[in-house]
Design a protein around this ligand. Structure first.
Ligand code: FES
Length: 382
């Protein structure tokens, strides 16, 4: 593989490669971003070690510099250390995105030796009860031990906690936990309502007041802790009046490779209708990134409908999130209804208003855990 090559003038190279090594996962999180029908996709064989190494080489040659190993749980792959070592040799900055389950001291030793740069460890909450309920596993104590081992091995650590109605009131305790663990970064990731989180939206969506209170708590901590821990907290889309520039633009910097080799412009893209995502098994990454219909579908402005097409802010947010537009309107080319210029914005306002009414109510529909049985049921019902 030759060195990094120059891209065509109109499309920038992919800078961020996400290698979703597997959909297998010991946890069953109710907000998992894997596709609802992941169990169907698992029938396809996962890429093997050599195929992943080829993906890494091609991505690096295209210009990718940041590499996340994710899943599912990437630690279920016993070739993870080999892939990390290869990535290091190629010059990637590598991040392991993990639940911590399976991250023994032996594996930490091997990952360190292979050159892993960074670890992102997820928690579901600061309490054992909620952490274990939301993941449908008894993993809280194990995660705490794993966090200590990660720091003993000298890795920089991001603690990640997905926020929603259940744990927003615990934000102060979550921050305290991150500080006690020595995390350099804390990602308080407000739930984005795709995939399993969308299926559980009625239970997970917080009230506007919960979000505002948590944001004030975060500000207070930022003022007092200085550089001890950098806290990321982004207000959830549904509470905004302008959409975010999702993934920094479709096919702009992010390239995800699913376990079976499907190439995706965002984590949730597999749920969009009418798009065939090319596979690294049959196309080169260069062909996929620059020439495929799927990656070109929402680049630039020509695909936009009104009100985006004539909007003077379109270059800033690029019409928002395609997956959110699809889930809220049924058409991925619509304006993201988070935007108050969208004719469908009122529906988002209604969903948020109903969240306030529903908070504390008993839901007829039980919360849906991410597991194979639920995935298969959902796949056949769509
Ligand atoms: Fe797919 Fe935003 S998550 S475009």
């Amino acid at each position: 593989m030759s060195g990094i090559s120059m891209p065509p003038a109109t499309v920038s190279p992919p800078l961020w490669l996400l290698a979703e090594l597997t959909y297998r996962c010991p946890l069953h999180c109710v907000f998992c971003y894997n596709p609802l029908d992941y169990a169907e996709h698992r029938r396809e064989l996962e890429l093997d070690t050599d195929e992943w190494i080829d993906v890494l080489k091609q991505a690096r040659a295209l210009g990718a510099a940041q590499l996340g190993f994710s899943g599912g749980e990437p630690l279920v792959r016993d070739d993870l250390e080999t892939l990390v070592g290869e990535a290091r040799t190629l010059g990637f900055y590598t991040n392991l995105i993990t639940s911590g389950v399976g991250l023994s001291d032996e594996r930490l030793d091997r990952l360190k030796a292979a050159g892993l740069d960074h670890i992102q460890l997820s928690f579901q909450d600061s309490t054992q009860a909620l952490n274990d309920f939301l993941s449908s596993t008894r993993t809280f104590e194990l995660k705490k031990r794993t966090a200590a081992s990660i720091k003993q091995h000298g890795f920089p650590m991001v603690m990640n906690c997905v926020l929603h109605r259940y744990n927003l009131p615990h934000v102060a305790k979550i921050i305290d936990m991150a500080l006690a663990m020595g995390a350099e970064y804390l990602e308080l990731a407000n739930t984005q309502y795709y995939g399993w989180a969308h299926a559980n939206r009625a239970q997970l969506l917080p009230t506007r007041e919960q979000v505002a209170v948590a944001q004030a708590v975060v500000e207070r901590y930022r003022d007092t802790i200085g550089d001890a821990c950098k806290i990321f907290f982004v207000v959830p889309d549904y509470f905004e009046r302008r959409p975010k520039r999702c993934m920094n633009g479709w096919g702009a910097v992010f390239l995800g490779i699913a376990p079976d080799g499907a190439a995706l412009p965002c984590h949730a893209a597999r749920g969009l209708p009418g798009l065939t995502f090319p596979s690294v098994k049959t196309s080169t990454l260069r062909e996929i990134w620059y020439d495929s219909a799927a990656f070109n579908r929402f680049r630039g402005f020509d695909w936009m409908k009104e009100p985006c097409r004539s909007c003077d802010e379109k270059a800033r947010d690029l019409g928002g999130c395609r997956c959110q537009a699809y889930l809220l309107t049924g058409d991925p080319a619509d304006a993201d209804p988070v935007c108050d210029k969208s004719p469908r914005h009122g529906e988002v306002v209604d969903v948020v208003r109903l969240a306030a009414v529903a908070a504390g109510a008993v839901h007829e529909q039980p919360i849906l855990f991410r597991n194979d049985a639920n995935s298969q049921t959902l796949a056949t019902s769509h």
